[in-house]
Design a protein around this ligand. Structure first.
Ligand SMILES: NC(=O)CC[C@H](N)C(=O)O
Length: 305
């Protein structure tokens, strides 16, 4: 396994030259585009790593999976979908247009920015700080790390320049999807996106989903199988935004990307995989990471379809 992962990293490094690091969050433009790493965490807890798997990056939209888990645990599914649906989109992750023209003002799904921002507000907690803590604690439980840190520079950078997200949130407040203080809510969203992780962390998180809510390293159940099933279904149809259809064909696993360059992929009842490569394609998905997963899926027969 180790030799295979190392071989794959070597063979796929060239793809990092074709993508570009995100620049719309200025601090992310400082990332090294040539990084490429992979981690695997199997259902029995064994782990394998290769390439730049220890390089830290910000979790960005992969945090949306954790927020979605919490919001599903805290709300009845039928009620939740009155506010946030589970429909895929052919638009970008920060698209505004659907909120006005489709789906009765509801965000299409929790894997895009509008849906994640609206989800945070629906997580249990008296205050926004309590809601943030609840999501952070779930992330700590899933990664097995109590010491997750916000990358302060990325957080400040996004907070300063996050006007598109501000627009989404204020629009959703105007239509009643969001109630309460918008800036506080955005602050929690920006913080969650700025948490620093490695490939290993997201592989371990994915392994929990692979095991239907059971954390193989900690040996305890974090959430129920029904929740895991909904999350994996929505990851499969929406996790790579408007690239989700192509990802389903190329890779064939529930996946979730972030503009920090990470992609987490779930091989059900088998393993969690975390890849990172900050050079992105035009839709904001790691190009090298995608190609790595495509090859791994073929080599290890991981395509669920
Ligand atoms: N696709 C992403 O990873 C987007 C997350 C980023 N923090 C944003 O809101 O724009």
């Amino acid at each position: 396994m180790q030799t295979h992962l190392e071989k794959l990293i070597k063979a796929h490094r060239r793809w990092t030259e074709q993508g570009a690091v995100a620049t719309y969050i200025p601090e992310l433009s400082k990332q090294h585009p040539d990084l490429l790493g992979i981690s695997v965490c199997q259902a029995d807890g064994s782990q394998w790593h290769a390439g730049d798997w220890q390089a830290p990056f910000t979790i960005q939209s992969i945090s949306k999976v954790v927020t979605f888990i919490c919001v599903l645990l805290d709300n009845a599914y039928e009620t939740l979908t009155e506010t946030i649906s589970v429909a895929p989109t052919a638009d970008g992750f920060n698209s505004i247009v659907n909120l006005e023209t489709k789906n009765e003002h509801r965000p299409l799904n929790a894997m895009i920015n509008s849906g994640a921002i609206a989800s945070i507000a629906l997580v249990k907690g008296e205050t926004m700080a309590a809601k943030y803590q609840r999501i952070l604690q779930m992330m700590a439980d899933m990664t097995g790390r109590d010491s997750l840190q916000v990358n302060e520079a990325v957080y400040q950078s996004e907070k300063r320049t996050g006007d598109r997200n501000r627009a989404l949130a204020y629009y959703m407040k105007s239509t009643g999807i969001i109630q309460g203080e918008v800036e506080e809510l955005l602050d929690a969203y920006f913080r969650l996106c700025s948490l620093e992780v490695t490939c290993k962390d997201i592989a371990v998180m994915a392994a929990v989903l692979a095991c239907d809510g059971f954390a193989p390293l900690a040996g305890k159940t974090l959430f129920d199988a029904k929740t895991a099933r909904i999350v994996k279904a929505v990851m499969t149809t929406c996790g790579m935004y408007d690239g989700s259809g192509e990802f389903a064909v190329d890779v064939g696993m529930p996946g979730k990307s972030g503009v920090g360059g990470g992609i987490m992929a779930v091989s059900p009842r088998n393993m969690g995989i975390g890849v990172m490569g900050p050079a992105l394609d035009a839709k904001g998905n790691s190009l090298g990471g995608w190609k790595l997963l495509q090859s791994l899926s073929r080599d290890w027969d991981l395509n669920i379809f």
